[in-house]
Structure formats: C-alpha cells, structure tokens
Design a protein around this ligand. Structure first.
Ligand code: GLU
Length: 499
C-alpha cells in the first residue's frame, strides 16, 4: 500500500503529525511499499522558514525514512526516489492545468468577485439568518462568475488579467457516501458543501485541489490524516469523481486530547515533536507512545519496537474517539525503553552526555561497568553525568548525608564503621578487587555483616554516601568495585579524618 505523509510547513512538526506519519509509514512497510513525503506549502502566508527542515529532521530522528520525496542525508535535505522531492510550490503549473481542465468540462468555473462583494454577500446571508454563509449553488447564480457572465465578458476579463479564482461546482441535491477505514460509513449532503476555491488569485492551488491531484499522480492508495479533515472529505471525493479518477481509501485518525479532554494545545503542554526530542526522549519511547494513542493492540503488550508495530498495526484497531495525551505513560515507556538496550549500547548512548561534562570518560576503560550501574535507575540520558559524577570528581564529604537519620546512622557510630571497612577492604589485593570479593570481605554472605551489631543498612549506608556524595545511587559494593581499590580507600580515609 503506497502511503504518504503530507505536512504543511507551518511550524514545528506537531506530535499528532508525527503519529500520522507513523501510521502511514507502518501501513506502507507492512506491504513493503513506498512511504512518501510531500510538502504541502501552497498556503504561502502560513509557511514558515525552517519548518521543512524541522519536518525532515524529526522524521529522520524517528527513523521514519521516506522512500520518495526527501530525506536528510549528511545533515542536509536530499531527494529520494526518482520523482521527488515533492514540494507543491514547485509544481504550480500542474495544478493550474488540472483546475482549467475542470472548467472545460463544466465541473468548475472562474469567479471574479471582489473581496467587498464577497463580504457583502456574507453580511446579507447573516442578516437573513443563515448561520454559516457559504458560496454555494444558491449564491453562485447571483455573483460574478463564468456561469453568470456572458462568455465574451469572461474572455475579456481573463485577457485583461483581472484577478479571479477557480471554484468547484457542487450540486446541492446530491448525496455523497463513503466508507472510511476508521469511521466506517459516511454520508454528506451536497447542500452542506460550498463551491470551494481550487485555484487562488495568486495562482496557487488550495490544499483541496493540490492534494487530490498529487494523491492521484503519486498513486496513493490510502490517505491517513487527522480527523480535522473529515469535513473536507466530500469536496475531495467530488474532485476525484470530476476528474474521473479512482479515489484512494481514507482513514481519519482521532484527535489528540489533553487530560481534560480538550483538544491538545500548547497552553497545556508541549505539542511539538521537537520539544520531546530536546527533553531527551528516545525515538523508541515516543513512537511507542504515539502508536498507542488511538491504536489498541488487543493484547496486554505495551512495548512495541518499530518492527513490532509494522508487524502488528492495523487500522481496524484504531479508535474513533479522541486519544488522551498522557505524558506519564510516555515517561514510563521512556524508562522501559532505556532499560531494554543491551548494556554496551546503553553505555554508548550515554557516553556523549557524560563526556560533555567529564571528557575523561572518553578514555575510561571501565565506562561500561559504570554505565551498567545506572541503567536500571535512569530515565533520560541527560541525567547520566550527574548520576555518574562521583566517578569523575571527588564528592564533597557531607556529614549530614553520611550520618543519616532515616538509615539510623548516628554520628557516633561512624568511626567504628569506617575503620572496620577500611581494615577489611585494605586486605583485598588490587587484582582481586571486584564486587564479589568486596561483598565477601564486608560480610555480605556470612551474616557477619552484623559483626558490629548493626543493621545491614546502617553499616552500608555510610560507605555508599561517602563514595558517591549522593542521596540516591547504586549499591555500595558495585560503586566500590567500579571506583577501584585506591579511590575507595582514599575516600574512606578522608572521611575518617573529616569526622
Ligand atoms: N497538508 C495537510 C496538513 O497539514 C495534509 C492533510 C492530508 O494529509 O491530506 O495536515
């Protein structure tokens, strides 16, 4: 199934847009067909510089690589496929040709109405109690267009270069029916559809014309797009009919909602995919999260890789109702995904973050061992430098932390505990310094951990707090093993002196 993602470059790519791209990508890949990227920039006033680059980079980050259109290669936009990149503003003559074709067969017409005349028309209709004034069959016959003006006058106006638009002709009495892949059977009355402008006076097509022409020319088999386009569907179906083209399948995906069920908006949180990238979410987590916003796998499985999604996704499990954008779920998925990486891959992912703060991490032969200590505890890669800080800088000795009330470690106990640990640990030769040996020596296996008649936590807390200087950290044995014999003893001795 050939699918496309057709964003308008009107700002940073929205998370809802990324979900639409994902669904379209999944359907294409399921059938080993092409996923196409088309930039719909026919509304020049709303187009924003940098937005195309942002769309490309976001898709690239997410691993949703288009097969036709454009991709990011070596950091810049490059064409893929032999027919791309598809940027609508570069295809203007094409749309004009098709709009004129519809005029020739009587399915569309030139309209010369000025802005003032249109405003007046709307005012009059409002005065007559019409709630949603539209340029429709009842209006068309009293306005200035090629259906009401004499043929010669139309020719003269066109030759003089008078501004005009081309509008599609919608017959009010017809019933337009359709079967949407998510919404099921749909029915629209012709009288509720206006004579949509297809070609604007600036020569640009409207979205309605351009996407129909392009979806036809690009052999798109199913259009995946947001629910907000549902009301425009009858226009699009009519256009396919007028051109004599077979329409694609359509699947209108549900809106994303805030927790209070209002439409997801900037006011209540971040909506640009970019915001989530900047915060450090993994593409795996964000895609997993977005896939489940509206799609229900029908099982209890919650973690889905891109490949799992390609294998399992189906439109008949996409709901009609809006999907709540619950970032707690996203955070949970982020935690799950970060723990799923094989240890070496995890270490490689966090290394750049740590090395930015502590460049010596790049040369650290024990970096993987250290990284492994935090994989179960971390949520975002950017937390790694802080979580591993004590490996690269001396922690400050903090008596309040070491003599911790919650752990029932009274200050008076510290000299005895630290001396005992120094003595025991110093007996381990350098080449036998490892987690097991440290556990053994400190009495972990033979209950003699209680040799000082202390609880396990009372005995181990100070060691961990002295070595890391942090209130939360991995266990004392693992930290000591990764720190090495010399540093461990040095820190213990310094602490002993400080109390
Ligand atoms: N350019 C439209 C948008 O910005 C695309 C809608 C569609 O996919 O047909 O959402």
């Amino acid at each position: 199934m050939r699918t496309r993602f057709a964003p308008s470059p009107t700002g940073f790519l929205h998370v809802g847009g990324l979900r639409t791209a994902l669904y379209a990508y999944l359907l294409a890949k399921q059938s080993k067909d092409a996923f196409i990227l088309r930039i719909e920039d026919t509304d020049q006033e709303r187009s924003i510089p940098g937005a195309i680059e942002n769309i490309l980079h976001t898709l690239h980050w997410a691993g949703l690589h288009p097969d036709e259109g454009a991709i990011v290669r070596d950091g810049v936009m490059a064409q893929v496929g032999d027919r791309g990149p598809y940027i609508q503003s570069e295809r203007l003559p094409l749309y004009r040709k098709y709009a004129e074709e519809l005029v020739d067969i009587g399915a569309a017409y030139y309209a010369f109405d000025t802005k003032e005349e249109l405003d007046q028309m709307r005012d009059e209709m409002t005065r007559d109690g019409i709630a949603a004034p539209r340029y429709d069959a009842s209006v068309r016959m009293r306005m200035k267009n090629s259906l009401t003006l004499k043929k010669e006058e139309v020719t003269i106006r066109l030759e003089k270069g008078e501004p005009y638009v081309i509008r599609m002709k919608v017959e009010p009495n017809q019933l337009i029916t359709f079967e949407d892949d998510i919404r099921g059977k749909l029915e629209f009355q012709g009288k509720t559809v206006d004579d949509q402008v297809l070609l604007k006076s600036d020569g640009f097509p409207t979205y309605h014309l351009a996407h129909v022409v392009d979806d036809h020319l690009m052999d798109i088999q199913i259009v995946i797009r947001g629910e907000e386009w549902l009301s425009s569907l009858p226009k699009h179906l009519l256009l396919f009919q007028y051109f004599g083209w077979k329409e694609p399948r359509y699947a209108h995906v549900p809106l994303l909602l805030n927790k209070d069920k209002s439409k997801l908006s900037k006011r209540q949180g971040d909506v640009a995919a970019e915001d989530y990238i900047k915060k450090g979410y993994l593409p795996e987590a964000l895609l997993n999260f977005l896939a489940l916003l509206g799609w229900n796998p029908g099982t209890t499985q919650e973690l889905f890789s891109l490949q799992d999604l390609i294998d399992g996704f189906s439109l008949d499990r996409v709901q009609k109702g809006g999907a709540i954008f619950d970032t707690e779920k996203l955070d949970w998925l982020q935690g799950q995904w970060i723990r799923r990486f094989p240890p070496a891959e995890f270490a490689a992912k966090i290394l750049p973050f740590v090395a930015r703060k502590y460049p010596e991490a790049n040369e650290d032969k024990k970096f993987d061992q250290k990284a492994a200590l935090i994989q179960e505890r971390i949520t975002f890669c950017k937390e790694a430098p802080e979580m591993l800080s004590y490996f690269y800088k001396e922690p400050k000795f903090d008596l309040d932390l070491v003599a911790n009330k919650k752990q029932k470690v009274a200050k008076e106990l510290l000299p005895e505990i630290i001396d005992d640990q120094i003595n025991r640990l110093a007996s381990i030769p350098n080449d036998e310094w490892n987690v097991n040996k440290i556990k053994l020596i400190l009495g972990f296996y033979d209950k003699t951990l209680n040799h000082l008649k202390l609880k396990r936590g009372q005995y181990l807390w100070p060691l961990r707090a002295i070595l890391t200087g942090l209130p939360f950290s991995p266990g004392a044995f693992e930290v000591a093993a990764a720190l090495g014999r010399e540093t461990t003893l040095k820190r213990l001795e310094a602490a002993r002196k400080a109390i």
